[in-house]
Design a protein around this ligand. Structure first.
Ligand code: NAD
Ligand code: UGA
Length: 432
């Protein structure tokens, strides 16, 4: 099939890379010319394992093309995937400016029998009529809309797209269903075929249950600290029940990233629109925000003396990205933590294996080190912010010598408390 993918971001590039790998001819359109110029040479604008290899291979095979021109791609395509961003507005609602602009440009460029516009972006429920009207303003040829929400995780995006748990197809049109089923034929995973609204609801509900599990784990962690229990064992015991499962029950400094925080807030706003007060998700969001404060309080108690005073204290932040294996800093908890610590007049030195360039754009007033050991040199404490594997494998004897004080505040519970205490560290984890 010939496909256009609109938006060369995380979702768009991975979608384009995977469908071209599976033998389709794919055009990827973006409005940022520098991005497209780089991509034509195989330069991916962010860090995502294996993506660059997939893109380079398929450019060479002449199955994958990058362009800023809808005109070059849309008229040849049977399917147009819309993968533009839907960032949060101040109210929490999704900003649909990019979505409508992309749909409008697509519509202006139809000139053949039938086009299936498939929305992969996460968009609120109830915009079908407006989207149809936008297309009809510009196009007279046949078209249909479908929703095919995306469930990839950054850091494992290619693997998740090649081997997903499920493929959701939101369309009641048999023709649209047939085209999308055929396109996904060689991809594994359960097929869930439904109407557009249910498909969109699945996406928000899926991210919200993940966020709910994380906030539940964080709430249990707080209780464990107050009760003198060990959250690792408690949640291992809870998650061993197959009805619950162990995944997404790891406490820490709260969920971040470009999707969980924004989609929880957007889902609360969608609920309001349909006259539903989503109290559960309000609590999920509020518990998530509290984790930053909980972490800062641990740092204060560990190094700030009786008063919890951090003025002049030197702190090493290890990890900045919202999770390992990505350089994405969107809504990373590290931003709030760094700002909070510098507001308290601490000196902060940070290191992340991939996210330093992006972090420098969004975190000011801190220093950046060239590696983890340089970051901790002379520091009053080492703070674990992102659970990169290289931090787990650090030489603790060396770390102890480099630190001014042997203190670890572990926001991701990467260390075994017993082991680090035996090495002579003061250790504070989350919930144990
Ligand atoms: P992104 O910001 O990385 O990429 C969006 C791209 O769209 C950018 O390159 C931007 O230049 C381009 N764009 C904007 N307007 C355009 C237009 N009119 N025409 C062509 N290109 C245009 O966004 P993302 O992280 O890929 O997310 C895209 C959507 O997918 C969002 O709705 C998000 O919630 C959802 N989603 C994201 C992920 C993820 O892991 N990042 C996973 C699942 C779903
Ligand atoms: C998430 C979902 O997992 C994807 O299925 C979805 O497609 C995507 O959002 C999206 O809609 O964009 P992602 O944002 O890449 O993917 O990251 P996750 O792996 O879900 O992690 C999100 C945050 O939760 C991270 O900050 C992570 O550190 C935190 N987390 C996760 C915890 O604190 N504890 C856990 O047990 C799990």
């Amino acid at each position: 099939m010939t496909i256009t993918v609109v938006g060369a971001g995380y979702v768009g590039l991975v979608t384009a890379a995977v469908f071209s790998e599976l033998g389709n001819k794919v055009y990827c359109v973006d409005v940022v010319p520098e991005k497209i110029e780089g991509l034509k040479k195989g330069i991916v604008p962010f860090f995502e394992p294996s993506l660059s290899e997939f893109i380079t291979r398929n450019i060479k095979a002449k199955r994958l093309f990058f362009t800023t021109s809808y005109k070059e791609s849309v008229p040849k395509s049977q399917i147009v995937f819309i993968c533009v961003g839907t960032p949060p507005k101040e109210s929490g609602e999704a900003d649909l400016t990019y979505l409508f602009a992309a749909v409008e440009e697509t519509a202006k460029n139809f000139n053949h029998g039938y086009t299936l516009i498939t929305i992969k972006s996460t968009i609120p429920i109830g915009f079908e009529d407006q989207l149809e009207a936008t297309v009809k303003k510009h196009a007279s040829s046949k078209f249909e809309f479908a929703s095919c929400p995306e469930f990839l995780r950054e850091g494992t995006a290619i693997e998740d797209t090649m081997h997903p748990d499920r493929i959701v197809i939101g369309s009641t049109s048999q023709k649209a269903q047939k085209i999308l089923l055929e396109l996904h034929a060689s991809i594994s995973g359960e097929r869930i075929i439904t109407d557009i609204r249910s498909a969109q609801l699945i996406k928000y509900a899926a991210n919200s249950i993940l966020a709910t599990k994380v906030s539940f784990a964080n709430a249990i962690a707080v209780l464990c600290e107050r009760m003198g229990a060990d959250v690792e064992k408690v949640l291992a015991g809870v998650g061993a029940d197959r009805r619950v499962g162990r995944s997404f029950l790891y406490p820490g400094i709260g969920y971040g990233g470009s999707c969980l925080p924004k989609d929880v807030l957007a889902f609360i706003a969608i609920g309001r629109h349909f006259d539903y007060d989503f109290q559960l998700l309000q609590a999920v969001d509020s518990i998530n925000n509290d984790q930053i404060e909980n972490f800062i309080n641990k740092v204060k108690s560990a190094v700030g003396g009786k008063e919890g005073n951090l003025k002049g204290v030197k702190l090493a932040m290890l990890g900045l990205a919202f999770k390992p294996n990505t350089d994405d800093m969107r809504d990373a908890p590290s931003i709030k933590i760094a700002n909070h610590l510098t507001d308290l007049e601490a000196t902060v030195v940070a290191y992340d294996p991939q996210a330093m360039d992006n972090a420098k754009r969004v975190i000011k007033n801190i220093k950046f080190a060239k590696d983890a050991y340089s970051a901790i040199t002379g520091a009053d404490a080492m703070l674990i912010i992102t659970e990169w594997p290289q931090f787990r494998e650090m030489d603790l004897k060396k770390a102890k010598k480099l630190l001014k004080k042997p203190i670890i505040v572990d926001g991701r519970n990467i260390f075994n408390p017993k082991t680090v205490k035996e090495e002579g560290f003061t250790y504070l984890g989350m919930g144990r």
